[in-house]
Design a protein around this ligand. Structure first.
Ligand SMILES: [Zn+2]
Length: 153
C-alpha cells in the first residue's frame, strides 16, 4: 500500500459509486469506465501517467503497482470505512471541487446568472456548475443526504 492516500485516485470498474462519494469528499476521483479503460494494463498505465492511486478490489492488479489501495468490501459505505481506516479522510467537502457525475472541475455560478430548469435560482442557493458536463449543483436535499451519509462513516 502507498503512503500517499490523499488522491488523486483512479477507481476500478467495480467502484463507480465509490468514485462519486470520493468526489463529494473533495477528491479528484477518476472512474475507469468514464475514462474508457477496462483492461489491467490500460488501468495501470493511466494511474501511472496521471499519478493516480489505483483503488481496486482486484488483489492481483493491486500487486502490480506500488500505488494502489486494495479494498475487500463490496458495499460502498463499507468501502468508505475501509479507505478511512487506510488514512483517507472521509468527510464532506464544504465547497464542491469535482463534479459528482463526471469528476470535472466545478465553478461558482455568479449571482443573477441564469440556471437550468432543474436548478434553483442564484437568489435561493449558492450554485455551482461543472465546466466539463454543465451539470449544476447546490446544497439541496441530495447534498444534505450525502452529508448525513458521510457523517455515519
Ligand atoms: Zn460534470
Amino acid at each position: 500500500m502507498s503512503e500517499r492516500t490523499d488522491g488523486p485516485f483512479l477507481l476500478d470498474v467495480m467502484c463507480g459509486k465509490l468514485a462519486t462519494m470520493l468526489r463529494f469528499c473533495g477528491y479528484d476521483a477518476a472512474y475507469a469506465r468514464d475514462r474508457g479503460v477496462q483492461d489491467d494494463d490500460a488501468l495501470l498505465e493511466l494511474s501511472c501517467t496521471e499519478n493516480r492511486t489505483l483503488v481496486t478490489r482486484d488483489v492481483a492488479l493491486a500487486d502490480r503497482t506500488d500505488d494502489a489501495v486494495c479494498l475487500t468490501e463490496r458495499d460502498t459505505d463499507d468501502q468508505l470505512r475501509e479507505l478511512a481506516a487506510k488514512g483517507v479522510e472521509i468527510s464532506l467537502d464544504p465547497e464542491p471541487d469535482h463534479c459528482g457525475d463526471c469528476n470535472g472541475p466545478v465553478e461558482s455560478v455568479e449571482p443573477g446568472e441564469p440556471t437550468p430548469d432543474y436548478a434553483p435560482s442564484t437568489e435561493a442557493f449558492d450554485i455551482w456548475r461543472c465546466r466539463e458536463c454543465g451539470q449544476h449543483f447546490w446544497k439541496g436535499s441530495h447534498w444534505t443526504a450525502v452529508r448525513d451519509r458521510l457523517a455515519r462513516i
